[in-house]
Ligand binder design. Structure first.
Ligand code: JHZ
Ligand code: SAH
Ligand code: ZN
Length: 408
């Protein structure tokens, strides 16, 4: 007997709309020598009938995902480096004008954003549970606390260092199922006029581009302006600004303040109108998404099967977390994609989770180009295609699958 699942935020009834079945942890690259057994969980998404928040039905224990040897390094993309430099400069110019102003970032990873705040000589603190990436940030002189951000951590920081003018998180808040504790932490830490700013993948972009590979264990929530507005209100805060970002396949930067502390900008109302017009919370939209996912799966498999029949060589580029869902849901293994080229040292020499495709260096890719390369890191298309111009010049072709399967 299983009870009707409830929304993690408001307790409303959940409407399941897609089930990817058993999936591995997206960032758990496998040691080919064997050893530990892979962990699988049920990956299914649902929308809350009351507050509209889209969320996973199953929660993976955080320590399983965010370990000492967590392999993702934010600084692997120069486009993302520039994005976070601009973000830091924006905070320095607006919210952090007082000499003692304090910024806390949770999910600071290798310090891609805090580096600029640190170089400007301003008070900051990163909160990062994965020791490896936290050490990479500390090596740059950035102040980091190796912990999960939650109520107790935030209260300790507030007691030791005083209030923060900015609490910031990129690609992290949506990873945290226990948002109640995070909001209580923000309440303990944020200055009366301070802002809590976070940026995460936008559900409207996921639906529009059928980028279903954004759905994996680490991405617990899929935000919209409507659902974030409801969530903020639920915890005594107010959504006061939104901005669309082109990074990571389409995101929104949300600015949340204490209720009544700031006047919401017109952008909030504008996005609410657009979301209504796009019908993103309607049942037919959810059903169309499911059909579109299966079409991408069938089209991609057909292209790869054809390549195999013709004897063409196929590799992939970017051992992304996203590609765990792609390969495992579509049934793509080393028989269809020989290897994945990736610049991350901790991923090289390992196998992709579940699908067991070997990960190799970009140098090995360049040493003997395949006929085709599936762009797993489609969100970094411009950067990677420019960097790997030699592949196209040698006659290689990219296979992309967002928003649809195409050979370019
Ligand atoms: P990328 C991770 O997702 C996990 P992933 C996490 N859950 C999340 O939300 C986002 O990050 C922020 C490689 N690469 O950014 C590096 C090259 O080899 O799409 C990475 O392994 N050469 C926290 O993993 C991968 O591709 C290059 O030139 O889906 C990109 O991963 C570039 C630019 C990247 O995130
Ligand atoms: N902000 C970076 C890193 C994103 S990766 C960027 O946008 O590129 C997500 C990070 O969040 C990981 O480094 C993970 O360890 C961290 N994280 C997960 N749960 C967290 C929590 N409760 N508090 C702080 N960081 C957390
Ligand atoms: Zn809800």
């Amino acid at each position: 007997m299983s009870a009707t699942p409830e929304c993690r935020i408001c307790g409303g009834a959940l409407h399941e709309f897609f089930d990817f079945g058993r999936q591995p942890l997206a960032d758990a690259f496998v040691d080919p020598e064997g050893g530990t057994e892979e962990f699988f969980h049920r990956l299914a998404v649902a929308m809350c009938d009351a507050c509209t928040m889209v969320q996973l039905l199953e929660d993976v224990p955080r320590e399983r995902m965010f370990r000492t040897d967590y392999p993702y390094l934010s600084s692997g993309s120069t486009v993302m480096q520039e994005h976070f430099r601009a973000t830091a400069r924006h905070f320095l110019d607006t919210e952090l004008r007082g000499p003692d102003a304090f910024l806390v970032e949770f999910g600071s990873n290798d310090g891609i954003m805090l580096d600029t705040v640190h170089r400007a000589g301003r008070r900051h603190l990163g909160v990062e549970p994965c020791a490896g990436v936290a050490e990479a940030a500390a090596a740059k002189g950035i102040r980091v606390r190796n912990a999960f951000f939650e109520e107790s951590t935030a209260a300790e920081i507030a007691a030791a260092e005083g209030p923060a003018q900015v609490v910031y998180a990129a690609n992290t808040f949506s990873h945290i199922s226990y948002v109640d504790s995070v909001f209580r932490g923000v309440d303990a830490l944020l200055a009366p006029e301070g802002v809590f700013v976070f940026e995460d993948p936008y559900l409207a972009d996921i639906f529009e581009r059928t980028s279903f590979d954004q759905i994996y264990d680490e991405h617990f929530y899929f935000f919209t302006v409507r659902s974030v507005q409801a969530m903020a209100a639920h915890y005594g805060f107010e959504l006061v600004d939104v901005e669309h970002l082109d990074v990571h396949g389409g995101e929104i930067r949300y600015t949340v303040a204490r209720r009544g502390a700031r006047t919401p900008t017109p952008a909030v109302g504008l996005f609410l109108e657009r979301e209504k017009a796009a019908r993103i919370t309607e049942r037919d939209t959810l059903e169309r998404f499911g059909a579109a996912v299966d079409k991408v799966r069938d089209d991609l498999r057909a292209v790869l099967e054809r390549c195999r029949a013709e004897g063409a060589t196929v590799a992939a580029y970017g051992a992304t977390a996203k590609s765990a869902t792609l390969t495992n849901y579509c049934g793509i293994g080393p028989e269809l994609v020989a290897y994945i080229a990736d610049s991350t040292p901790a991923k090289q020499g390992r196998l992709s989770p579940g699908s067991h495709i070997p990960v190799r260096s970009p140098e090995e890719f360049a040493a003997a180009y395949p006929d085709y390369a599936v762009l797993f890191a489609w969100n970094h298309a411009e950067e990677i295609m420019a960097k790997e111009e030699g592949f196209r010049r040698a006659g290689g072709r990219w296979i992309v699958y967002v928003p649809e399967v195409r050979i370019v």
